[in-house]
Design a protein around this ligand. Sequence first.
Ligand SMILES: N[C@@H](CCC(=O)N[C@@H](CS)C(=O)NCC(=O)O)C(=O)O
Length: 212
Amino acid sequence: MILYAIPVSTYSAKVRIALGIKDIDYDMVPPPGGYSSPQYKAIVPVGTIPGLKDGDFVISESEVITEYLEEKYPDPSLLPGNAEQRAHQRFLSRFHDLWLEPHLRATFAHVDPAGRDEAALNACLDRYRARLDQMESLIDPDPWLGGGAIGVADCAFPATFTLADILLPHFGRESRYGPKLQAWRETAYAHPVVRQVTDESRQATLQWMGAG
Ligand SMILES: N[C@@H](CCC(=O)N[C@@H](CS)C(=O)NCC(=O)O)C(=O)O
């Protein structure tokens, strides 16, 4: 199995955590020619990372890859519980992809002070903060987001928070979490798979920002 991914990519980290929890062997390969390149699109047509190649089968989109892994390697399950609990896990993972992470991603254009638009940057940071605050009311970790075992939602957030913990101070904002999220973070970052993937993300992000 080949995972086209780079350590700085938060969506790749989500899939890497899922692969690690399921103890699936894979090679992590940077997208040939870079993501969105014609060379990479010849393999993964949409050109995004992560992309998964399992034999002749190729699929992209982190949520879809995670669901594919869940169906093909059901043990241990990343979607434990009853229908309602499983739906809540999926909801949180979508919340991450659609409503939280994009506001952080939108700040990338402003990392270099030379090209920074303060008003646009502050709008992104405010939107990220509002969604993060909202998340506190959406979760009830025990200790994982879906209950007693790590699940798909727990795979989605760790690398994004690692990135936020670097970017927010860089922009003069405090990276803070409500009590429920903070408790979940302590559980998540203590997990060896989560720790390894997020340590690599942190190093790669610091390098990308020229601080590492
Ligand atoms: N919805 C996608 C998002 C992945 C994504 O945005 N990946 C970025 C790198 S972290 C990318 O490949 N961007 C390519 C582009 O913007 O053309 C997923 O969940 O896999």
